[in-house]
Design a protein around this ligand. Structure first.
Ligand code: NAP
Length: 322
C-alpha cells in the first residue's frame, strides 16, 4: 500500500521534490524551514533511496552511528513525519513536463513554482543473460548483505572499484576461493585494498575479461567470460556472482528536457540550478564530487536555499525563516 503522509493534495506547490532519498528528504526539510510549501514524490513504496541498500554500519554521518542505511532512513522519516511534511510514496511519475513544472503521477497532477530533482542513482547492471534471472539464486549485488549465505562457496566478483575490491575482501573471510574479475588493468579502487586483495591467498585477480553470460539450473553454476583483446571465450564454474560496477543516474524521465552530461547525470551549477529555469538538481543524480549521504543532504539544503532565493526575488515567495 502506498504511504501518504500529511495529506499532500495534488495541486500547486512552491516546490515539488522528486525523489525520496537523503537529498530529497533534506530538500523537503529545508523547504519547510524556509517557509516554502513543498511536497516530495517517491516512486518506491518507501522512502530512503540508496539508504535501503546500505547494509553496513554508517560511521561517517555526523551525530548518528546507525547499524545500516535503513535505520538512518527511519530517523529521517520520523523527522519529516513529526513535522507533518507532505510526501507520497509509490508515486510513479508517468509524465514530467519540466518547462511547465508539471508532474503527472498516479492519475494526479502536481504543479510547482519550482522543482528539485533528487532522483538519485542505482547500482549499475550489466544487462547480460542470467543477471536478472539468477538474482537471489547466486547473483548478488552486495557482499555486505549476502556474504554469510555464500560461506564455503567459490565465487566471482565483477568490477575494479572500491566496492568490488572491498566485496572480494569481505567474501574471502568466508569463501575458499574468490576470483576478482575486471575488464582492464587499471583499478579505480584504493591501492592499499588492491594490495591486500593481491596478497590474500583466497583471492585471485583476473583482468582483461568481460562477463558475458551467467548460466545454471535452479542456481548459478557457471559463467562465460570473454577476453577483451583476443575475443575468445571461456567457461568458469562458480557458485556465486557478485556484481559491483558503481552506479548510474536515474534520469530516464529527464532525457530531452534538460541538459545531462555524457553519462546521463543532471548538469548543475554551484547553486544546483539546471539548464531550465526553476529546475534544480540535488544528490547523486548530479554526480557530486563526493558520493556520500552527507553530500546528498548538503545538496538538499543548497537547492532549497537557492529555490527560496529565486522565488523571493521573483516576488512569488517571502522568506519566513522558522
Ligand atoms: P566505481 O568507482 O565507479 O567503479 C566501478 C567499476 O566498475 C570500475 O572499475 C569500472 O571499470 C567497472 N565497470 C563499470 N561498468 C562496467 C561494465 N559495464 N562492465 C565491466 N566493468 C564495468 O564504483 P564503486 O566501486 O561502486 O565506488 C563508487 C564510489 O563509492 C567511489 O567513490 C568509492 O570510493 C566509494 N566506495 C567507498 C567505500 C568505502 O569507503 N568503504 C566502499 C565502496 C565504494 P572501468 O574503470 O574500466 O570504467
Amino acid at each position: 500500500m502506498n504511504r501518504v503522509a500529511a495529506k499532500p493534495e495534488t495541486g500547486m506547490y512552491d516546490v515539488v521534490v522528486i525523489g525520496g532519498g537523503p537529498a530529497g528528504i533534506s530538500a523537503l526539510l529545508w523547504c519547510n524551514s524556509l517557509g516554502l510549501r513543498a511536497v516530495l514524490l517517491e516512486r518506491s513504496p518507501e522512502l530512503g533511496g540508496q539508504l535501503l541498500v546500505l547494509y553496513h554500519r554508517i560511521i561517517d554521518y555526523p551525530g548518528l552511528l546507525p547499524e545500516n542505511g535503513r535505520i538512518l532512513r527511519n530517523e529521517f522519516e520520523s523527522q519529516i513525519t513529526t513535522l507533518g511534511l507532505a510526501f507520497r510514496t509509490g508515486c510513479k511519475i508517468e509524465r514530467l513536463d519540466l518547462e511547465r513544472l508539471e508532474i503527472f503521477a498516479n492519475d494526479a497532477r502536481f504543479k510547482g513554482r519550482s522543482v528539485i530533482v533528487a532522483t538519485g542513482a542505482r547500482k549499475r547492471r550489466l544487462g547480460i543473460p542470467g543477471e536478472n534471472e539468477f538474482e537471489g539464486k547466486g547473483v548478488s549485488f552486495s557482499a555486505t548483505r549476502d556474504h554469510a549465505e555464500f560461506a564455503g562457496r567459490e565465487v566471482v566478483v565483477i568490477g575494479g572499484g572500491d566496492s568490488a575490491v572491498e566485496n572480494s575482501l569481505i567474501l574471502a573471510r568466508v569463501c575458499p576461493r574468490v576470483t576478482l574479475i575486471h575488464r582492464n588493468d587499471n583499478f579505480r579502487a584504493r591501492p592499499e585494498w588492491i594490495e591486500e586483495a593481491g596478497s590474500n591467498p583466497r583471492i585471485e585477480i583476473r583482468t582483461g575479461l568481460l562477463l558475458r553470460e551467467i548460466l545454471g539450473g535452479n542456481v548459478v553454476e557457471r559463467i562465460i567470460l570473454e577476453d577483451v583483446s583476443l575475443g575468445s571465450r571461456e567457461t568458469l564454474k562458480t557458485q556465486g556472482v557478485f556484481i559491483r560496477l558503481g552506479i548510474e543516474p536515474n534520469t530516464e524521465l529527464l532525457k530531452g528536457q534538460v541538459a545531462l552530461d555524457d553519462e546521463g547525470y543532471l548538469l548543475v551549477d554551484s547553486k544546483l540550478r539546471t539548464s531550465l529555469p526553476r529546475v534544480y538538481g540535488a544528490g547523486d543524480v548530479t554526480r557530486p564530487v563526493c558520493l556520500s549521504i552527507a553530500t546528498a543532504v548538503g545538496h538538499g539544503a543548497i537547492a532549497a536555499k537557492a529555490v527560496a532565493e529565486e522565488l523571493r526575488k521573483s516576488g512569488t515567495h517571502e522568506y519566513s525563516a522558522k
